[in-house]
Design a protein around this ligand. Structure first.
Ligand code: SAH
Ligand code: SF4
Length: 424
């Protein structure tokens, strides 16, 4: 009899998207999905190793699962698979370990209840996902990273960059649009270094093709500042479908720290980029990632970061306290910023961002925006705007709206990271 499985995903959009391909492959192998992890014969953890905190979560989770149902088999995939130390630590609790690149031969790793139905697959990105949402979804355009930022585990965990042929991506997006999807986010660790060498297409070339496929919202993440070419920036202003949000991790405002991080740009270069982007998209929502407490970060270095955040008026900053990742270059440096100082710097940045973002949002009151309706609660709907901002909207009397479609609304009030409004 077929057995049941449950997937727990930790971390980034790429992991969420990988989980959709994993689910589809498990279904092909004859496994049945269940929503309650305590009723599953197999729980697969799609792990993240980018920060210590994400790594720590899996130990607690595994203990909980085993306590509730000691017979559950546990499998681990994702970022932590390459970590021998974790394999040793968990050898009594975790039976299966496989990297995401091995999804194409999963039938050789896990029991298969459907052996006659299995088609061979070369690259896991060829697998047609079991999409979680019927309205908005991620489409990976590649995997891996060549940048080796000194703090980052991704190039070790996911390997070098590989990109899907443009035609495969276009077909997947077109199929989604035919099914009525309203929003597609194309993703990769370093999305704007995309290349389809056979067809001579760069990231902007791919965006141009995707932009012409229909009337929908197109997003992309995560971009690297070094690959924000003028050609790409010029296209931002011309595109029909791109939503006006750019997530562009800066990591630090100090040139000394950026150099030690191996980011390959300066704070001045990043500022110039943002000026150019704002000329194309004056109403852009700009978000970023910053690491505080990288080895050697002094008060002066942190003051440079504060200044950059003040000047560029980000709409959101995802602040992470530096944690050494085994195998990376930075892990060989002394982790010399005390935990208390990291925490204080994180709090200081967060407070600044909350106040700055509130001003940005309040300036939007009265504006008309388009909203994708995602969830209904009584007479209200939750959704997000064509700038990627969360919004709660009320409805005028005697009008009906359909979940999963886009409507115009007027903004009536604002918080730092969300809006409220009325549907028109
Ligand atoms: N490809 C993206 C980010 C991938 S990792 C980029 O180029 O920026 C996501 C975020 O996790 C990073 O932007 C960084 O802010 C954070 N991060 C990565 N390694 C970290 C570490 N060792 N300690 C703390 N934060 C880290
Ligand atoms: Fe990590 Fe740098 Fe690659 Fe981003 S660009 S995934 S931070 S190595």
């Amino acid at each position: 009899m077929a057995k049941t499985y449950h997937i727990i995903t930790i971390g980034c959009a790429m992991n969420q998207s990988d989980s959709e391909r994993l689910a589809s492959r498990l279904n092909e192998l004859g496994w049945c999905r269940v929503s309650d992890c305590h009723r599953a014969d197999l729980v697969v953890l799609v792990t993240c190793g980018v920060r210590q905190s994400a790594e720590d979560r899996i130990y607690g989770l595994i203990n909980q699962i085993k306590k509730a149902n000691p017979k559950t088999a546990i499998a681990i995939t994702g970022c932590l698979v390459y970590r021998q130390d974790i394999k040793t630590k968990l050898q009594d609790k975790v039976i299966y370990w496989f990297s995401i690149n091995e999804l194409g031969r999963l039938e050789q790793i896990l029991p298969c209840y459907n052996p006659d139905n299995i088609k061979p697959i070369k690259d896991y990105l060829e697998i047609m996902p079991d999409y979680k949402s019927r309205v908005s979804t991620f489409v990976p355009i590649g995997n891996g990273c060549n940048n080796f930022c000194s703090y980052c585990v991704v190039p070790y965990a996911r390997g070098r960059e590989i990109y899907r042929p443009a035609q495969d991506i276009i077909v997947e997006v077109q199929q989604l649009l035919n099914k009525g999807y309203q929003e597609i986010t194309i993703i990769a660790q370093n999305v704007n270094s995309y290349k389809d060498e056979l067809n001579g297409l760069d990231f902007t070339g791919l965006l141009e093709k995707l932009d012409s496929l229909g009337d929908y919202w197109l997003r992309f993440a995560t971009s690297h500042p070094k690959d924000m070419s003028d050609r790409l920036i010029n296209f931002l202003g011309q595109s029909h479908n791109l939503i006006h949000h750019l997530h562009l991790p800066v990591q630090s405002g100090s040139n000394k720290i950026l150099k030690a991080m191996n980011r390959n740009y300066t704070a001045e270069y990043y500022r110039t980029l943002i000026n150019k982007v704002r000329q194309q998209w004056p109403d852009i929502i700009l978000t970023t990632d910053i690491i505080v407490g990288f080895p050697g970060e002094t008060d002066k270095d942190f003051a440079d970061t504060i200044q950059l955040v003040k000047d560029l008026k980000f709409d959101q900053v995802y602040v992470a306290r530096y944690s050494p990742r085994p195998g990376t270059l930075a892990a060989k440096m002394a982790d010399d910023v005390p935990a208390q100082v990291k925490k204080k710097r994180e709090q200081q940045l967060n407070q600044m961002v909350i106040a700055g973002a509130l001003k940005n949002r309040q300036a939007q009151i009265g504006q008309r925006v388009m909203v994708l309706l995602e969830e209904q609660r009584g007479d209200c709907y939750f959704g997000h705007t064509d700038h990627g901002l969360q919004i709660l909207v009320t409805t005028p009397e005697k009008k009906s709206y359909t979940l999963g479609l886009r409507y115009f609304a007027q903004i009536t009030s604002a918080r730092s990271f969300s809006l409220a409004g009325q549907l028109l």
